[in-house]
Design a protein around this ligand. Structure first.
Ligand SMILES: [Zn+2]
Ligand SMILES: [Zn+2]
Length: 127
């Protein structure tokens, strides 16, 4: 969000999915996370980033200047770094092909598309 931490991910995406698991919900403070899996060897970082163990064998990272969550790595997949798709400079390249942990999805996703959609804040036009 603040731009202090940057990453570069070279290579083709390994996979692209959303994850509805409770750990992702808590770590992102969001309904679900849109992940893009990249070859770990092609990922380089710069800026103020902190890593922490979020569960056994799992390391997540975030920008220490603004708190934006940035990555997920697990010992089970040592060749992969999972990046939060919305943190890409151009998130329009993201093409999810599946939803993981769908059984753990938040209840309010059902029917969300039927709610009024404002172009911006709550005082703006409904489209
Ligand atoms: Zn997850
Ligand atoms: Zn930041």
């Amino acid at each position: 969000m603040c731009g202090a931490t940057r990453f570069r991910a070279e290579g083709d995406p390994l996979w692209q999915t959303t994850c509805h698991c409770r750990d992702c919900q808590r770590a992102a403070g969001a309904d679900y996370v849109s992940w893009i899996g990249m070859p770990r060897a092609g990922v380089t970082w710069s800026g103020p980033r902190r890593t922490f163990h979020s569960s056994s064998g799992v390391t997540r990272s975030f920008c220490t200047d603004c708190g934006t969550p940035l990555s997920y790595e697990t010992e089970d997949l040592p060749e992969e770094t999972h990046l939060y798709a919305p943190t890409l400079d151009d998130p329009s390249v993201y093409r999810p092909t599946a939803q993981l942990y769908f059984a753990e999805r938040v209840a309010w996703l059902e029917g969300l598309r039927e709610l009024p959609g404002h172009t911006k804040g709550s005082k703006s036009e409904i489209v």
